[in-house]
Design a protein around this ligand. Structure first.
Ligand SMILES: Cc1ncc(COP(=O)(O)O)c(C=O)c1O
Length: 433
């Protein structure tokens, strides 16, 4: 890969400029500067190559600069880049809504709306649920992540680093445990916690929505037990509560289906989407039952850049790429390859100690623990492993309530050879070879 000669050798200078110009709160997982990317590979300004198992945090399921996406984007760029959809509408927004309504695993008539970021989609899902029910409160889960705005931080069930120093948060938000089998938290405990909440803190008749990630993302790739989702659906029906599935990280093909909820056969009322929806262009949305989606009055939903035409074109290209390149099947295949290799690494029991391996489709993660066969979370180990992988040319991300988990989010479009090469680097870094 050709590197711009004026950038070569500039990493240290760029890091210094970054430190001087950018607020400290914007963290940095990898102290290297991107220069070019193609499918599952990134080259930095020095010309070093990295295999990308981070996908810009789950955004590149269809790969960097997927040609089908780029073609749609280019066509849109040549046409127009902004009018504001609520001022003068445009076809790609409508076409994307039609497509999303078709794909969403919700029966009956559906409608969609688009915004710019995932947090904004979650905010809007809550606004819509409140307008539809005339109620205020929302129940969310421990370990969840729903964004960095004040309401979505209130919904987020993990303190550091997201919520530190930023309170108070909006009221009317309650948290209950997310069932995690190997931590001894059962579905029964989660459901009991909601029943208790209804007796001790908020009447069921005041609850507008329950929001859940069917597979927790930042929280550590925990897959919701089917029983939980079935029981939540029933509870919501009993009490007139809107069930919101936050599919911002688990959606758009990552799990081998368009949406993780499809694995459980449970329909949410509303669903939030973002990240891999538009392959790196800022776009997010809410899709759901038409009657609920239509509750806010005209003018109640929107935003200057909401559903930007270039981002909508990128999303239409992403869907086309999924269909033409069979990316849902590839997700299932990649999931199998990654899981098998991780299980083999764990079985060898060499080097750093691996804990539970879990996930759904190609949304796979593993924990690091302080000793082989143990269960004590090793956050320092996870951080060290990410740094070692980076040195060896592999980009991975940590996650988890205890920051002890490594998540693997290689583009689904990556050739098998590259997936294996990335896993070889991971194994070498784990074992110190
Ligand atoms: C499940 C979930 N919801 C919401 C968000 C927030 O999305 P954004 O960062 O685009 O605001 C994220 C981001 O990681 C997420 O994983």
């Amino acid at each position: 890969m050709n590197v711009n000669p004026s950038l070569k050798g500039s990493t240290q200078v760029l890091l210094e400029r970054r430190a001087k110009a950018i607020a400290r709160g914007a963290g940095m997982a990898a102290p290297v500067f991107a220069h070019k990317a193609e499918n599952a590979e990134i080259w930095d300004v020095e010309g070093r190559r990295f295999i990308d198992f981070a996908g810009g945090i789950a955004v590149l399921n269809a790969g960097h600069r997927n040609p089908i996406v780029m073609k749609r984007v280019q066509e849109q760029l040549d046409s127009f880049t902004h009018t504001c959809f609520t001022i003068m509408p445009y076809e790609p927004f409508v076409a994307l809504a039609e497509k999303l309504n078709e794909l969403a695993p919700i029966s009956g008539e559906k409608k969609s709306m688009f915004v710019t970021t995932g947090a904004e989609a979650v905010e809007n899902a809550v606004k819509i649920a409140r307008a539809a029910t005339g109620r205020r409160d929302v129940i969310a889960f421990n370990g969840s992540f729903h964004g960095r705005t004040l309401l979505t931080m209130a919904l987020t069930g993990k303190i550091a680093p997201y919520k530190v120093k930023f309170g108070p948060f909006p009221g009317g938000v309650w948290h209950v445990p997310y069932p995690i089998e190997h931590k001894g938290i059962t579905v029964e405990q989660s459901m009991n916690a909601i029943e208790w909440l209804f007796k001790t803190d908020v009447e069921a008749s005041q609850v507008a929505a329950i929001i859940i990630e069917p597979v927790q993302g930042e929280g550590g790739f925990y897959v919701a037990p089917k029983e939980l989702l079935v029981r939540l659906r029933k509870l919501c029906d009993e009490h007139g509560i809107v069930l919101i599935a936050d599919e911002i990280q688990s959606g758009f093909g990552r799990t081998g289906k368009w949406f993780a909820m499809e694995h459980f056969g449970v329909e949410p009322d509303l669903m939030t989407v973002a990240k891999s929806l538009a392959s790196g262009f800022p776009l997010a949305g809410v899709v759901g039952r038409a009657k609920i989606m239509d509750a806010p009055d005209p003018g109640g939903l929107g935003g200057t850049y909401a559903g930007n035409p270039v981002a909508c074109a990128a999303a239409l290209g992403t869907i086309e790429a999924f269909e033409k390149e069979g990316l849902l099947d590839k997700a299932a295949q990649q999931g199998k390859i990654v899981t098998k290799r991780l299980q083999a690494m764990k079985a060898k029991g060499k080097g750093m100690a691996m804990g539970e391996i879990r996930g759904l489709g190609a949304m796979i993660a593993f924990e690091l623990v302080t000793e082989h066969g143990g269960s004590k979370p090793d956050a320092a180990g996870a951080k060290a492993l990410a740094a070692k992988c980076l040195e060896r040319g592999l980009l991975i991300l940590t996650c988890g309530v205890f920051n002890d988990t490594i998540r693997l989010l290689c583009p689904l479009s990556a050739p098998e050879k590259i997936v294996e090469e990335g896993l070889d680097i991971l194994e070498a870094a784990l074992t110190g070879n």
